[in-house]
Design a protein around this ligand. Sequence first.
Ligand SMILES: Nc1ncnc2c1ncn2[C@@H]1O[C@H](COP(=O)(O)OP(=O)(O)O)[C@@H](O)[C@H]1O
Ligand SMILES: [Mg+2]
Length: 399
Amino acid sequence: MDRIHNPFSPGAGSPPPELAGRDGILDQARVLLGRAQVGRPEKSLLLTGLRGVGKTVLLNEIEHLAQGGGYRTILVEALENKSMAVLLIPHLRRLLFELDRTAGAGNKVRRAVGVLKSFISGVKVKVGEVEFGLDIEPEQGAADSGDLEVDLPNLFTAVAEAAQERKAALAVLIDEIQYFSLPELSALIMALHKMQQRQLPLVLIGAGLPILPGLAGESKSYAERLFNFPAIGPLAESDAAKALRDPIEEAGEAIDPAALQEVFRLTRGYPYFLQEWGYQAWNQAGASPITLQDVREATELVARRLDENFFRVRFDRLTPREKQYLRAMAELGPGPHRTADIAGALKARITSLGPVRASLIRKGMIYSPAHGEMAFTVPLFDGFMRRAIPEFEPYGRGA
Ligand SMILES: Nc1ncnc2c1ncn2[C@@H]1O[C@H](COP(=O)(O)OP(=O)(O)O)[C@@H](O)[C@H]1O
Ligand SMILES: [Mg+2]
């Protein structure tokens, strides 16, 4: 079939032709945005799930919803080695600059600029050109204590008050939120707590791997009260079928039910995999409808492409010892697995495994879905590990 009109879009963050099975989440987002705008408290959203389930796509969609509803938005992606302050400062600066140019009386925008400048001096980061187009001195003592848990709430308050004064609402969207350090996450949670207490029009919508298990004490209990954590997972069979069938029919072609069933069996409904199989099956098919046979013939190519791209990019960044740890997890099955069981499989002492585990978490390969448990961040990764390293070898006693 015509490759140019192939509707499927495998790739990180690529908008799918049909955003299937996510109406419930989008509805929750709509309610949150609507309520925050009229000053009614509502829990913020933290979309959690494995890689390739469609979190980034959802976050972008929610940003569109927010903008359509009159929000001003900031969308950032947290990175392994970048501080939250460095990430947010340029966006907040742009936002305040925009607010300054909207009609309205009052001095809250100018004050917020002073607080932002104070914040910048407090976190002691280099932010490039600190050019605001506004000649305002830092407000000494406003957000420069150097303690992020104090300074970030003060900064958010000043910014949200500025927005409120200009009759604006703000949505801060953060992708890959698990890359923030624990102090950064607690500071963010404290800042949101303050937004809610003061009924300020600033909402946060995050996406990433689950962060709750890593939090402790006060920030954990605040997080539980301030956020809903909708789990973004694989699609149910009917939604997976819709994700494939609708775009194909939209393009004037067809797919057999048996072909849809086979794709679901192979992908288990994981969105990234659905796009890959849809894409290759379309190209494989000589003519409409796409048949079971077309899917079967596409499968070898898809599996190879997934192994070479989706799985391999992550694998190649690992040390031999890290690979062995993941191979031990794969030996135990899809997971999650208890850390004690992993140590058992590796024939190593659990206490000796802290560093390798920490670096795998930092690299985004595994995460802790619950205390004392580890899981792969990529669906079906256990199968890939067994293909990549057919023979499992434990560390052995010395480890
Ligand atoms: N609801 C959905 N239905 C069909 N395909 C989807 C859906 N959500 C995401 N996808 C597809 O899945 C892939 C991964 O999406 P992405 O948002 O990058 O996932 P994540 O951010 O969770 O890793 C993309 O190719 C995207 O087009
Ligand atoms: Mg993503």
